[in-house]
Design a protein around this ligand. Sequence first.
Ligand SMILES: Cc1cc2nc3c(=O)[nH]c(=O)nc-3n(C[C@H](O)[C@H](O)[C@H](O)COP(=O)(O)OP(=O)(O)OC[C@H]3O[C@@H](n4cnc5c(N)ncnc54)[C@H](O)[C@@H]3O)c2cc1C
Length: 455
Amino acid sequence: MKKVVIIGGGVSGMAIAYALTRQGMTESDVAVFEKASRPGGNVQTDLVDGYTIEQGPNGFLDNVPATLSLVNDLGIDHVLPSNRNAARRFIWRDGKLREIKANPVAFLSSGVLPLSGALRVAMEPFQKRGRDDAESVFDFAARRIGKSAAEYLVAAMVQGAFAGDARRIELKSAFPKMYAMEKQDGALVKAMMAKSRKKKQGGGPAGPGGKRTSFDEGMHTLPAALASKLGDIIKLNAGVSSLAWVGDRFVVTLENGDFAEAASVVMANPAWSAATQLDGLNAQLAHELGAITYPPVLVVATGFNTGDLAEAPNGFGFLVPRHQGVRALGCLWSSSVWKYRAPEGRTLFRTMLGGSVDPDAAQLSDDEAIATVLDDLKKTMGVTAVPELTRVYRYKRAIAQYEVGHSARVRRIEELFSTVPGLYLSGSSYGGISVNHCIEEAPGVAAAILRFLRE
Ligand SMILES: Cc1cc2nc3c(=O)[nH]c(=O)nc-3n(C[C@H](O)[C@H](O)[C@H](O)COP(=O)(O)OP(=O)(O)OC[C@H]3O[C@@H](n4cnc5c(N)ncnc54)[C@H](O)[C@@H]3O)c2cc1C
């Protein structure tokens, strides 16, 4: 019998397994069952003809010590900070790409917002504190900085981060720091100034901050390094079909009919998947997990000879608010953000389609998705060249949507989990969708398991 079985070999599951090995566990104590033929879950990099294409995350912010310390521990020495110009971000509005400027005067004239909308943002410090604990991101933004900024800036940002719909995503779950700022300081501007003062006095980073970071050979470097340290602990092509409790142990049954026994189990697979395995063990828990939704996303990579473009991209990329005549959610100018993402003289774009605001995009064939993206690149950036590389990556269920009511649901899930001793939950479906969050959470889960096993 294993001491621990971990279901799911994404970053979450592997980081927990790694933390357990740091506490002396070996292959005889712990196993990670991963359904796919390669580890890493959403974190996958495709190397094609000199291009380095991220299928999922393109990077992480370097302001979370747990990630940096894991990277260091794993001996990854080719960490790649984003280029300086990655700070330049654009919004497509009213037929033009408009740069989001930090300087208030430049912001007013940028056209990112209509003038009345930009002036309304300046009224933020004078707005009343909210009372609704389960407020949507859109409602929060509309209340504090006005409807126009909520629509053109914040909703577009939620599309970029969650492939989500700001009108359905819960502020408290998705942007807890923002929620806390209003609770503590009453106004966001005031809170940011207070943080900035604290930072100047040496009291930690201001706001979310951090520099977007990756690795020379792409994000898959991280799961590949974890997998190499874990060795035979990871079992690939090992999808779990069900979980049962038989008096003093868990029985984990695999899709191929094999089974394993364990004193404790961590469900580090997405909630929709965990729901199916838990159906026989605790139907209420399965129901709560199954209620967390995940929209489909298509990631379309296009590679061009830079000389064929009217202008080489210079910045991070752009986001597209709805009803602006462009179907894409946004476009990342990968080779402008990072070194080594395209061969010399070539440009790589990564465009996202679908999400909660456009789930029908999942029905597009590859050819249709590429044609849609090329049409969008033509409208927004005047790209008329034929790409030398195209790839479409499909996520049937991409990113967990922390919809209004999510924080209350997660509380219920945690209570239900605590009634099954030895059963743990981790991953991006609950308390944070970023790679950083998954890594940050891992040592705590490992420590809880070790406490349970000792007791
Ligand atoms: C398109 C896209 C872009 C993103 N961009 C960013 C970004 O720029 N920065 C960032 O920080 N985050 C980003 N994210 C989010 C980030 O990738 C994820 O939150 C993170 O990788 C989740 O890791 P995880 O291990 O919790 O889950 P997953 O990566 O989903 O891993 C779960 C694993 O469980 C396995 N599994 C499922 N069912 C079973 C089963 N029955 N038995 C066994 N195994 C099973 C799956 O195969 C998978 O490998 C992005 C996500 C997507 C989809």
